[in-house]
Design a protein around this ligand. Structure first.
Ligand code: URA
Length: 190
C-alpha cells in the first residue's frame, strides 16, 4: 500500500467510526474516542473503553489511569508519541460500566482495521476485557499478565489495567516488570 492509499484508508476509517451509530452508546457519548498516537507504531496498547475525561476530550487514556500509564511508559523508556493507543469500545459506556458483549461485537471492526493498518510488532492489552477478547476467552489476568502469545501473526500480551493499579497499588511491581519485558521484546524485534 502506498502512503497515500494508507492515508486514505485511515481517513475513511476515522470518518466511519466518528459517525458510527451501530449501538446505543452513540446516544450518550460526547465524542467518539477513535484512538491516538503514531500510525506507524511498533507497539499498540488496547484498553477497555473511554472514561469521562476521554469522552470529553476525544482522546484515550487522558484521565487518572492514563496518567499512570504515562508514568510506566516513561519508566521503561517508551515514548507515548511513538505508540498507538486505542480501546475495545470507541464510545463511553454510561457510568463506566463494563463493555457489553454485543457492543464489543459491533465495535471490534474498527479496532481490527486499526491493527491491520498499523501492523504493530507488539500488541499490549490493558486489562482483562481486551485480553479476553483479543488473546483468549478464558484469559486470567492475575495468572497470565506479562506472558507473550502469538496470535494471527501478532505478538500479543496483557498487563494490568492502570485503573486496577490505582485500586490495588501492590500490583504496580508486577506491572513494572511486565513493562520492562515488553520494552526488551520490542528492542529485540526492532
Ligand atoms: N480506561 C480505558 O480502558 N480506556 C481509556 O481510554 C481510559 C480509561
Amino acid at each position: 500500500m502506498t502512503e497515500t492509499e494508507l492515508q486514505k484508508e485511515w481517513e475513511a476509517l476515522e470518518e466511519r467510526c466518528k459517525n458510527c451509530r451501530k449501538c446505543a452508546l452513540c446516544e450518550t457519548r460526547t465524542n467518539v474516542v477513535f484512538g491516538s498516537g503514531d500510525r506507524t507504531a511498533d507497539i499498540m496498547f488496547i484498553g477497555e473503553a473511554p472514561g469521562e475525561k476521554e469522552d470529553l476530550s476525544g482522546t484515550p487514556f487522558v484521565g487518572a489511569a492514563g496518567k499512570l500509564l504515562d508514568k510506566f511508559l516513561y519508566q521503561v523508556d517508551i515514548d507515548r508519541e511513538r505508540v498507538f493507543i486505542a480501546n475495545m469500545l470507541k464510545c463511553r459506556p454510561p457510568k463506566n460500566r463494563d463493555p457489553k458483549e454485543d457492543e464489543q461485537d459491533l465495535c471490534i471492526e474498527y479496532l481490527r482495521e486499526q491493527v491491520r493498518l498499523i501492523r504493530p510488532k507488539i500488541i499490549v492489552c490493558l486489562g482483562r476485557i481486551s485480553a479476553k477478547r483479543l488473546i483468549k476467552e478464558d484469559f486470567r489476568i492475575t495468572q497470565e499478565h506479562g506472558i507473550f502469545f502469538e496470535k494471527n501473526g501478532y505478538t500479543i500480551c496483557a498487563v494490568y489495567h492502570p485503573a486496577a493499579l490505582l485500586r490495588d497499588p501492590r500490583r504496580k511491581e508486577d506491572m513494572l516488570i511486565d513493562m520492562q519485558n515488553i520494552k526488551k521484546r520490542l528492542d529485540e524485534l526492532e
